[in-house]
Design a binder for this molecule. Sequence first.
Ligand code: PLP
Length: 467
Amino acid sequence: MSHSTLPQTRTTHGAAAPPPATTVAPPSRTAAARPGEPPSIWPASAAPLGHDDLAVGGVPLTELADRFGTPAYVLDEDEVRHRCRAYLRAFPDTDVFYAAKAFLCRAMVHWVQEEGLGLDVCSAGELELAVTTGFPPERIVLHGNAKSPADLRAALRLGVGRIVIDSTSEIARLAAAVPAGSRQKVLIRVVPGIAAGGHAKIRTGTDDQKFGLSIADGSAQHAIARVLSQPRLELVGLHCHLGSQITTAKPYLSAVRRLVGLLARIHEQHGITLPELDLGGGHGVAYRPGEPALDIASLGAKIRAELAGGCAAAGLPVPRLAVEPGRAIAGPAGVVLYRVLSVKRTGAHTFVAVDGGMSDNPRPALYGVRYAPRLVGRSSAAAPEPVTVVGRHCEAGDVLAADAQLPGDIRPGDLLAVPVAGAYHLSMASGYNLVGRPPVIAVTQGQARLLVRRESLADIQERDIGL
Ligand SMILES: *Cc1c(COP(=O)(O)O)cnc(C)c1O
């Protein structure tokens, strides 16, 4: 396998050369979303180059593959930042907590902080990474249906802003861990009984899954009373998260109605008005051209109107709103690069096998997600053909893109780029087959820099200390 099968890219540097100085004028963002045109699934900076190469963040993808190897995740910093800003515009007077589980590294922590967002974490690991990078702990919310004693200790030690109670047993356990003389702010995660989300495995708003406390069976109300009886816990609000890949506003509006109803009952029963309402994340993005994506600006306006109307009708003050987008901030900012290793034509199928797979992206195997890979860095006149892009792992289910369209002459050595790879790829990557996890490269303004290095065989061997 060598890169010599590719047309010579414009690089003249050796492997250890400094960052390429190539700068490609970024297209204007308005040009990327002309009326009537489907929204692009590529970062707004994506710009076509010669030989069907593509620049992202002003850096040719072929150059990134040559310099950093494949597979590799490319993250467009400006796209992340623009998406953070779009949320703050769509949700004024709202806490926007970026859901770290979608993708987290130190640079991401800085970007999110600089853009004025908070952070949603679900483990001591995510929490420590954020706080040791300088993120203010009071701007962090800790989640988890089964927080370990170590998670809770870290949260209290680091002074996390809010802890979201997800089970009854957690209440006494948390209260006992809060030092005398102090109080921990908590939210209660309730299950509003709403089915929404792209796949059964990512629906969390219904009563038959592991997250949250049900309103329907009274466990939410029971937990609220329990929290209120704990002097070291300060109940500041309610939380819900309906699921992921939700592409319409409707389920969020239903959730607002149910939660305002519960706020009103809490007011009646306990004589308190809770000041905060966190609606979680789950805002859907398009993975393939033509797929729907949730319109964030319109979502923000509708949620705020529903909340204001509902609270007015119930005679309640409007609580401070929070949302927790993960995928919609990081997903569309990422592109993953793979090198084709083999092409196999069986009776009915063409399998295009690449140098990554389910260890760097388990999503197709987990939820049947479909992607739209494209060939970069080689012009092909061959007509597109349906192919299955598969990984290198020892499972027949190791599929990266079913029903993809690639040129009929696709061959070993070709470079494939898959957009919308910024969320739930590296964060869900595994050590399967000891292949090692890919690096993360940030691109912006024609410059590339390594954020997370490739996991080496040495890294893997170092952990194996038995005899
Ligand atoms: C996963 C999760 C999110 C983010 O979901 P996205 O689909 O990435 O927006 C937000 N809040 C909670 C509690 C979650 O579990």
